[in-house]
Design a protein around this ligand. Structure first.
Ligand SMILES: [Zn+2]
Length: 412
């Protein structure tokens, strides 16, 4: 151990850089404390003068604050202080750097943060050269120590918490240029919505211009304003067709990008959003993980459709529709082939009820596994969906009106 410390101190090295080489040994010490203890241990060894060959190579500027008394060669000598050749004095500037980071962060509203550093190639190289000399098995990388130490100081200055996993803001400090950049993570707001009018698409993108609004915009605009963000994106648990109502409450996460504010009056926002077209409820701030949960949840859905027939049927003919309960083989509908791959999927019809509305019209209430296209379950999509209402009744059937009436609860 003493030989190893002596090897490191063949060049001027500060306490942090010395202690960091043994950062994995003994908990409860900072690297600066480890370095101070190890330096002193070596000073004792030097003062005994038991091993002059080892001592001979040591850069004595490392001991500028020590007074030797037993070793005649160096007793009473003083040594000049030099800058650490590994970090080039970086650890002496941590307070100043932390102040800079805190100042930049203080202009934002956030709960948690994370500090990351970009280390210059020169600095990395010096660290690697030291590892070659002194071994790597107990060391901690320089960047890890800098991030932690600045993080601790910023926590104290701002009274905020560092969060390694889900920070609101990530700070990147470029040690070479001194530049500090902020990566502001999105704000995620979970809730569920109802769409109460036909003719509105769910998202503003990927739909023709003729729709001048969308569920995404109606929900997102007030939240974008409240959070003073850059843009929005709606992540829905599935989507209804543009011409369908969604009476059921559909879960979603609204993402606000680059928010300047994270504390939003969600009750007020619910009131602002909810109107004749769309209603929302249960808004709450969540983490990024909920986006995936909402996307991956495939809750069963219940639809109510008005089906129009080409030819007259008897009321008793509706009983045949029960045949549709079970597996449905469905090729990607022709109407969505331009944006989705041509796949054959199997989806279950869980339950089905019908109500006679006239000789050429009836109401169909159908509970299905997520992902089954209802319009095609009715029409048969020219044989691409089998079986279908058209097939069972032996004539052409079309969906005249479609509403989503129930979406099973999802766990978030
Ligand atoms: Zn250093």
């Amino acid at each position: 151990m003493i030989v190893r410390i002596a090897k490191i101190l063949e060049q001027p090295v500060c306490d942090n850089c010395l202690g960091r080489q043994f950062g994995q040994l003994l908990s409860g010490f900072s690297n600066a404390e480890r370095g101070k203890i190890l330096r002193s241990a070596l000073a004792f060894a030097i003062d005994t003068n038991e091993n002059p060959e080892v001592s001979a190579k040591i850069d004595m500027s490392n001991f500028h604050s020590y007074r030797f008394r037993f070793n005649k060669d160096i007793a009473k000598k003083t040594f000049e202080k030099k800058t650490c050749t590994i970090c080039n004095g970086l650890f002496g500037r941590l307070d100043e750097l932390s102040e800079k980071v805190a100042k930049k962060l203080s202009k934002q509203e956030f709960g948690t943060f994370l500090v990351g550093t970009k280390v210059s190639p020169g600095l990395l190289q010096k660290e690697e050269q030291l590892w070659e000399k002194a071994g790597i098995e107990f060391c901690e990388p320089l960047r890890a120590e800098v991030n932690r130490e600045i993080g601790r100081r910023v926590e104290k200055i701002l009274g905020k918490k560092a969060d390694l996993k889900k920070p609101d803001i990530a700070v990147l400090l470029d040690l070479e240029s001194g530049k500090i950049s902020l990566q502001i993570n999105s704000l995620y707001i979970f809730g569920c919505y109802q769409k109460l009018v036909r003719g509105i698409p769910q998202s503003k993108w990927g739909t023709p211009r003729k729709y001048n609004t969308s569920v995404e915009e109606i929900i997102g605009k007030p939240l974008l304003k409240a959070a003073d963000g850059f843009d929005i994106k709606l992540h829905g648990s599935g989507r209804e067709d543009i011409d369908a109502l969604c009476i059921a409450c559909r879960p979603f996460v609204l993402e606000v990008m680059k928010p300047k504010k994270r504390k939003i009056d969600l009750k007020k926002a619910e009131k602002m959003i909810s109107g004749k077209k769309v209603r929302v409820k249960n808004l709450k701030i969540v983490g990024l993980d909920v986006v995936q949960k909402v996307k991956e949840a495939k809750p069963d859905k219940t639809y109510k459709a008005v089906v129009k027939l080409e030819r007259e049927i008897k009321k008793s003919d509706l009983a045949k529709l029960k045949q549709l309960i079970g597996a449905i083989a469905q090729k990607t509908p022709k109407r969505v082939l331009h944006r989705r791959g041509n796949l054959l999927r199997k989806r279950e019809v869980r339950d089905l009820k019908s109500r006679w509305l006239g000789k050429k019209k009836f109401e169909l209430t159908v509970k299905t596994q997520a992902g089954l296209y209802i319009k095609e379950l009715i029409s048969g999509d020219e044989g691409r969906t089998r079986p279908s209402v058209s097939e069972v009744l032996g004539q052409k059937a079309v969906c005249e009106k479609l509403d989503v009436v129930k979406i099973e609860r999802i766990k978030i």
